[in-house]
Design a protein around this ligand. Structure first.
Ligand SMILES: [Zn+2]
Length: 121
């Protein structure tokens, strides 16, 4: 019993994948499964993880924006729309943003005290 796909690739070597049970070709090279394979590839490409955030631009200018972002991230993670890795990156960057806001506020207070700026509140 031949346990190798019979497809011959353009470089004249034989495909090394296992054929579908009882068939001569693997899922990729079986003529009958060609359309199904195409659809599977397309579905993979459309998975929310890969396309998450591409069309969604968010603004993070205030601590309130960070709260909204974290809330959205928690929901996206719970619904498996984003990876744990992405959620961790967002959490890390949110912390950076919060520290930047704090520093900005301190700078404004310093400027006010030294007479360079208006009262920041
Ligand atoms: Zn094959």
């Amino acid at each position: 019993m031949n346990n190798q796909c019979q497809f011959i690739k353009p470089d004249k070597t034989q495909c090394k994948s296992h054929p579908i049970k009882g068939e001569g070709f693997c899922f990729t090279h079986h003529p009958e499964y060609k359309q199904k394979h195409k659809e599977a590839v397309l579905r993979g490409g459309k998975s929310p993880k890969k396309h998450y955030g591409v069309n969604e631009v968010i603004t993070v200018r205030r601590s309130e924006d960070v709260v909204i972002l974290i809330e959205k991230t928690i929901n996206d993670l719970r619904q498996n729309k984003i990876s744990v890795k992405m959620a961790n990156s967002i959490a890390l960057l949110s912390g950076v943003a919060m520290r930047a806001f704090e520093q900005h506020k301190k700078d404004e207070v310093d400027d006010f005290i030294s007479g360079k700026g208006d009262y920041p509140y």
